[in-house]
Design a binder for this molecule. Structure first.
Ligand code: C2O
Ligand code: CU
Ligand code: CU
Length: 576
């Protein structure tokens, strides 16, 4: 295929950014040329991985240097390939001018390895994390998860794909040669300033795929697997092709489906993944199609189809627009030309064996971009409050009801779950497998079931939150701990009993204990990974309290754990 860069369209693009006119990838009528080869992030394989987060710049449009954050590069990060069952070691170096963290979205890992807002990496520091890969073959991702700055850091470019492989998936005749017939497709919209810098904002005005603006991808005349990841801050996509062809959805967030599901549209909310297989065997070489988002077909309360004050007036709202171009090229040796009728048998949890049902309500009125008062459980995020305590190995049903004015993508850490129903009705086929994110629309109740297995930790919580990053940063995030009562740890966490000031502090914390009787107490100071760092304290009986000198501590999160006969009290301390 001969591709050329149209000088005219380049100049127009440049001009439109410079004049602050934000129409970079307008609707299907666009005459812009998709002339940039789709960037394929490099692969990292094996059991030892090293990632370096650092500032950089990248030209998304010719002649315009956009400041970015990258992982081992300019923008986004390498694709990590993990084999189920492997124990892996990852080092994450923070060379950014700010604190960060690295969360393994969708992976079932111990709370101390999860990379949430409690497990931050200071500037100049390296986080060494080890865990065993326990998830099924599927597409996952990694991104920072720092309270209040997740959206700005992801916008700048911190995110990457994870491909988990296992012995079940590898038996199936599916395309799986990375960059040849199996492609990562990381979909992100971006909003630019007049000088072409990213604005950390919910909805963007132009598209990037794998960090490529106006991208094309050569697809051989055979079955091609696309691993779709909605890595956008707030926009939901309704994916299809401009020739309205069907494609097979073979997998969702946490694994392959039992059977391929043929459709010409798939809704993809923030954080969600879908693996699709597109059949090019009947195409002629030279055929060009576009992957589209059919925003005009989405319900008008879904971010991306909301116009006016609640969604913004950007050029991509409630319209159909191109994501990238697919160019058909000749078939390769040993092509996959058909895919199996059966994929992976599913076994779900039995609702009858659930020990607990939690009802979670989303309330408030607001905008896609983070204005308003959206809340989960009428509670805003507080790092020091564990909102839910789950007993290890319990099966639970969570009913999430949206009483707010717009749809929200809800994500749980730690677990993969099954969606039992949407408003009492079976979910669509694309949601029949394991999931970790789901969109819940106004007036809708989504019921999920899962089992909280393997990992308990009474000091480090897992998050559950809205994956609209503007909403997450504004506090639409709560936390649960998984406890193992049989080991004698109480699930009564009452931080109200413990008064700490100042907190955060720079040199000392003064701790006063309410009505905790210390006669039989054990006091420990733990770091964020649960390691004991102080066990001796000088107690002042009159004040029923003590001082902790933290002048020499490194910045970050600590936990004060006080145990008496029947309870464990845990408070979070922050050193700045
Ligand atoms: Cu994609 Cu809480 O994360
Ligand atoms: Cu996650
Ligand atoms: Cu939300």
């Amino acid at each position: 295929m001969l591709k050329y860069q149209s000088i005219k369209s380049t100049l127009l693009t440049k001009a439109s950014i410079l004049f602050g006119c934000l129409v970079l990838t307008p609707g299907i009528s666009s005459s812009q040329s998709y002339s940039n080869p789709l960037i394929i992030p490099p692969l990292l394989t094996g059991v030892n991985f090293s990632l370096s987060f650092a500032p950089s710049t990248h030209q998304f449009y010719p002649g315009i240097n956009t400041s970015t954050y990258g992982i081992n590069g300019d923008y986004l990060g390498p694709t990590l390939v993990f084999n189920k069952g492997d124990s892996i070691n990852i080092s994450v170096l923070n060379n950014l001018p700010e604190i960060t963290s690295c969360h393994w979205h969708g992976l079932h890992v111990p709370a101390c390895a999860d990379g949430g807002p409690h497990t931050t990496i200071n500037q100049g520091e390296t986080w060494h994390v080890q865990y065993k890969v326990m998830n099924n073959a599927a597409t996952y991702w990694y991104h920072p998860h720092v309270h209040m700055t997740t959206q700005s850091q992801v916008t700048a470019g911190l995110a990457g794909m994870i491909i988990v492989k296992d012995s079940v998936e590898s038996q199936l005749s599916l395309p799986r040669t990375y960059g040849v017939d199996d492609f990562p497709i990381i979909i992100q919209d971006r909003k630019y300033s007049i000088s072409g810098q990213f604005l950390a904002y919910g909805l963007g005005d132009s598209m990037l795929v794998n960090g490529t603006a106006l991208a094309y991808l050569n697809c051989p005349r055979q079955m091609v697997r696309l691993r779709l990841l909605n890595g956008s801050n707030a926009r939901v996509y309704k994916i299809g092709f401009n020739d309205q062809r069907n494609f097979d959805v073979i997998g969702g967030d946490g694994g392959l489906l039992s059977q391929p599901y043929s459709t010409n549209r798939i809704l993809l909310a923030n954080g969600e993944r879908a693996e699709i297989v597109v059949d090019f065997t009947g195409d002629v070489v030279g055929n060009q199609i576009y992957m589209m988002s059919y925003g005009a077909e989405m319900a008008t309360n879904i971010p991306g189809a909301i116009t006016g004050g609640m969604g913004g007036n950007g050029p991509l709202e409630a319209v159909n627009f191109k994501l990238f171009e697919l160019d058909v090229v000749p078939q390769l040796p040993n092509p996959v030309t058909t895919i199996p009728v059966n994929l992976v048998a599913q076994n779900s949890w039995n609702p009858g064996s659930a020990s607990r049902i939690r009802n979670k309500t989303i309330s408030g009125m607001g905008s896609v971009n983070g204005m308003g008062n959206f809340l989960m459980d009428n509670t805003s995020f507080d790092m020091a409050v564990f909102n839910d305590t789950v007993q290890l190995n319990d099966i639970e049903i969570w009913n999430v009801t949206n009483n707010s004015n717009i749809a929200h993508p809800i994500h749980l850490h730690d677990v993969q779950f099954n969606i039992l129903s949407r408003n009492g009705v079976q979910p669509p086929p694309q949601e029949a497998g394991l999931k970790d994110v789901f969109l819940v629309s106004p007036g809708e109740t989504v019921s999920l079931i899962t089992r909280f297995e393997d990992f308990s930790n009474d000091t480090i919580p897992y998050m559950y939150h809205c994956h609209n990053l503007a909403h997450e940063d504004m506090g639409m995030m709560l936390q649960f701990i998984v406890v193992n009562n049989t080991s004698g740890i109480s699930n009564q966490i009452q931080r109200e009993q413990i008064h700490i000031f100042p907190n955060p502090s720079t040199h000392q914390w003064k701790v006063q204990l309410g009505n905790i009787n210390l006669d039989d107490s054990g006091i420990e100071l733990l770091d964020f990974q649960g390691r004991k760092i102080l066990t001796t304290f000088f107690f002042n009986e009159e004040e029923n309290g003590f001082l902790i000198n933290n002048a020499d501590f490194s910045q970050g999160v600590y936990f004060l754990k006080i145990s008496d006969k029947s309870k464990v009290y845990i408070s979070k301390l922050i050193k700045i």
